[in-house]
Design a protein around this ligand. Structure first.
Ligand SMILES: [Zn+2]
Length: 252
């Protein structure tokens, strides 16, 4: 049952026929793991909190630095030096005190990652290194949790949704093989501030769609943005039948 205050706070999305009370209740019941509270994690965490996702689990082992503030909009000049998860938790509490936020200020080992993934409804990957991305993907495949993956660098970005609950959904590792990755980060290559906002906002949108069963999420598709021409392309992704991570779930 939604309170009068909740009906008001979320009225502009509850009035959408696809959302309605049922969609809002699905979000209020949902628990989402956000890994990385940088440029992508900032808009993801802020939009999911604003939209009323019931519980957000934030994972990051970094501290806020001056060079982050150009694009990591959940943090402020006043929180420089603080752990990113605490800086973000503070901002989210001000945005929507209803949302339960758990802050984990360390890098998770494999067992901890598996435990956190198993305990949520959906995972949003907002990290910027391939090793972590592969580990998150493997945990999501093992525990059948939908994964919303995003990447942004320079003026280019991409988003995809992997949903291991669907037998024909590819996984992140169907697309990228360990060892042949580029491995570029924003600290090495640069990034234009709103680019991470655009890509992170698409990730938040896809997460809300998956959680409430709305529309057609980007499962089996890779959405690519070239910010210079502001052109979007969508590539069809196929499951790799030789993929070492998701092959087993396909044959079951
Ligand atoms: Zn795969």
């Amino acid at each position: 049952m939604l309170s009068d205050e909740q009906l008001l706070r979320y009225s502009r999305q509850i009035m959408l026929p696809e959302v309605d009370i049922d969609g809002q209740e699905a979000w209020l019941r949902a628990r989402v793991l956000i890994i990385g509270l940088g440029g992508l994690g900032s808009p993801v965490a802020m939009y999911l909190a604003a939209a009323g996702v019931g519980e957000l689990v934030l994972v990051d082992d970094d501290h806020v630095e001056l060079t982050n503030l150009q694009r990591q909009i959940v943090h402020t000049t006043a929180t420089i030096g603080e752990p990113k998860v605490e800086s973000a938790a503070h901002a989210l509490a001000q945005l929507n005190p209803e949302v339960k936020v758990r802050a984990i200020n360390r890098r998770l080992d494999q067992a901890e990652l598996a435990e956190q993934v198993a305990a949520v409804d959906l995972v949003v990957d907002c990290t910027d290194n391939f090793g972590t991305r592969f580990a998150i993907n493997a945990a999501c495949v093992a525990h059948l949790k939908p994964l919303v993956s995003g990447a942004a660098i320079r003026m280019e970005g991409q988003v995809a949704v992997y949903d291991p609950r669907q037998p024909d959904s590819p996984c992140y590792q169907c697309l990228y093989k360990e060892g042949e990755e580029e491995g570029l980060t924003c600290s090495e290559s640069g990034v234009l501030a709103p680019l991470v906002g655009i890509i992170g906002s698409v990730q938040a949108m896809e997460a809300l769609k998956v959680l409430a069963g709305i529309g057609k999420p980007l499962v089996g598709k890779l959405l690519l943005l070239d910010g210079r021409s502001m052109e979007w392309r969508s590539l069809k992704l196929r499951k790799d039948n030789a993929c070492p991570v998701c092959r087993a779930t396909a044959s079951e």
